[in-house]
Design a protein around this ligand. Structure first.
Ligand code: FES
Ligand code: FES
Length: 230
């Protein structure tokens, strides 16, 4: 009989007729005991455990399951209040949810863009208490009781553009425009902290915002223009 065929004709993975596994000759045993298992038995086990996991996922979505989770010791509250663009917003969030996801997908503030989603490009920049942060690496839970400003929050009372936005338009800053909201938020944060930055201070402050279109000179000139009152 071929060495990898057992008595009832089923194949073992690299196994032998005596229930050992291939070159090293170790038995293929189940965890429950010393009984040799076939590949078919193994696959059956995987499928049944997968079904158990899938069922667990289903059960976790039944009404009451989230309440049980929320009531467990150390659990974070899911329904929280966030101050965004001067308004208090109630929002249901997950423990590991990022501010970028909350703003875009829960609050509909899609002016905050998501690109790398790993703190490298600056596309998602927003202000938290007037300081520029990457929203994609900020957990929403961590910014309760803070003041969040997105690009939508720069609009004046009559819908007019913020002076930095006007300067970006004047200097033809945006090319594709995808990075522009993040660039503007970083520039606004800079000018709030330092209304008259030097060239080097602008370059350092804007170094966390990448532009695939290479519009850096236009953005730089726009910020210089904004510091001079447009
Ligand atoms: S999307 Fe947040 S830094 Fe790139
Ligand atoms: S304008 Fe296109 S990525 Fe900056």
């Amino acid at each position: 009989m071929p060495k990898n065929i057992i008595n009832d004709g089923r194949k073992l993975v690299g196994g032998t007729s005596d229930g050992t596994s291939g070159a090293e000759g170790r038995p293929v045993h189940s965890r429950a005991g010393n009984k040799a298992v076939s590949r078919r038995d193994f696959i059956k086990g995987v499928i049944s455990s997968g079904a158990t996991i899938a069922a667990a996922g289903y059960v976790s979505q039944v009404p009451g399951a989230s309440r049980a989770w929320a009531a467990s010791p150390g659990a974070l509250e899911r329904l929280i209040s966030l101050k965004v663009n001067g308004r208090m917003r109630r929002v249901d969030i997950l423990p590991q949810e990022t501010l970028a996801a909350t703003l875009r997908y829960k609050l509909g503030l899609t002016g905050t863009k998501l690109s790398c989603d790993r703190g490298e490009c600056g596309t998602c920049t927003v202000l938290i208490d007037d300081v520029a942060y990457y929203a994609c690496t900020t957990l929403t839970h961590s910014v309760r009781n803070r003041s969040i400003t997105t690009i939508e929050g720069l609009e004046g009372p009559s819908g007019e553009l913020h002076p930095v936005q006007k300067a970006f338009v004047e200097e033809l800053g945006p090319q594709c425009g995808f990075c522009t909201p993040g660039q503007i938020m970083s520039a606004v944060a800079l000018l709030k902290a330092n209304p008259h930055p030097t060239r080097d201070e602008i370059l350092v402050s804007m170094s966390g915002n990448l532009c695939r279109c290479g519009s850096y000179d236009h953005y730089f000139k726009a910020i210089m223009r904004a510091t001079q009152g447009g």
